[in-house]
Ligand binder design. Sequence first.
Ligand code: F3S
Length: 286
Amino acid sequence: MALKIEKAAGIGFCFGVKRAIDILEKVARERGGVETLGAVVHNQQVLQRLAEIGIRVAKDVDDIQGNIVAISSHGVSPQLEEELRARHIEIVNTTCPFVHRAQITARRLAESGFFVVVYGDANHPEVTGILGWANNRGIATSNGEFMTRPGHQLPRRIGILSQTTQIPAHFTGFVKNFIDSALTKDSELRIIDTICHDIRLRQAAALKIANRVGLMLVIGGRNSANTSHLVELCSAVTTTYLIETADEIQSSWLQGQSRIGVTAGASTAEQTIDEVLTRLKTMAQI
Ligand code: F3S
């Protein structure tokens, strides 16, 4: 039986990653190279291509060698921006506008006296940046564990928002759980859904295909938050593998399959996706 390969709609770079890469390439062309503070995207193949045009990753502020640095699409805290300015380092800001919307939301909440709860991965640069915009008057969590810590008293006014790449249904579940266990008399709660629209569409498109195929391949960086969420969603309905490149596809995965679905994280280049599709078509003919 012929193998049918289905590619999810709307994959390739998301708006924010494309914008960040366009800015970086322009600056690298004009300045003969540029450094980025941390990885500008969580995708090794993209980083390798950027390195070839003179874009170097500085591990941290002390590792910056020149006097110009680009902030990644994940954004940074205002405190970190201040530190760079104090060192007379010019900043090229590629923060995704949707991440910036979450940053501004956190700042407004904190300035209005709300304790900010960011639903997300506390170690992810986007989340640490957002907390900085709340002037560190907040916490990041993916399970609400802090609510049950002995002796922990929740502030009366709480604002909840989400890391942009989270799964919407999980955010809703988190909020419901929060209301059930943490709301008391006189509590005041503000909930702002800051999940990115691209991520919402990408997850929905991936799930639609995953529901009708026997195997799903998710292409993306192993350290990419939005890619791991695609894997999590697809794994719940079908056999799913995460791959970074076409070379990782194993022929045994294809045995007995009649339909295979392909999706990709927001920082996976079109070229990598095409290579995977071509490899799948070749393997299907052997
Ligand atoms: Fe921005 Fe959404 Fe991409 S937040 S970086 S457009 S995944």
